[in-house]
Design a protein around this ligand. Sequence first.
Ligand code: 2AM
Length: 175
Amino acid sequence: MATQRLFFALELPAPLQQQLVQWRADNFAAEAGKPVAAANLHLTLAFLGEVSDETSRKLQLLASRIEQPGFALDLDDAGHWPRPGVVWLGCQRAPRGLLQLASLLRAQAARHGCAQSPQPFHPHVTLLRQAASQIALPPRGFHWRTDIRHFALFASNVTRGRTRYQALARWPLLS
Ligand code: 2AM
């Protein structure tokens, strides 16, 4: 049976992706970790894992029925998770709309057999992978704001060792 590695996520506008990449280059040494490509910067709402076409279709139908408000996303926090080796950007206070949307998608995913991490959802944009165990994070004071008006389903494809995320479908949030 054909499966795809899928996840629901928020896309970041291309100009913001570029700003984040520039900020990362200015604030982290080259050996700090493996940078995520600009076009791949996103915020995961619900990770589905390897999913059959049938389950994907069902989850897309449910996603299309979601009526949740859009929200402003403030990226004003950063952190380092040494165990997975991830350096991330996040929100000091996650917007309610983001938490509700993620909670809904995660519950629907779980009901369709996509195991959800038992760890509390911590919205984040991964900037670096394979990050060294000792890393100095830039002091707080950075802040980017973007209006989120839709969410998307992505497929994760690896071609010749390179990961690429492809948006398969997008759904609007209420304005
Ligand atoms: P990460 O950036 O923190 O690694 C595609 O791999 C996206 O799904 C990434 O945002 C990744 O989060 C997330 N992801 C991968 N495996 C996951 C898992 N087991 N649980 C939750 N999110 C996961």
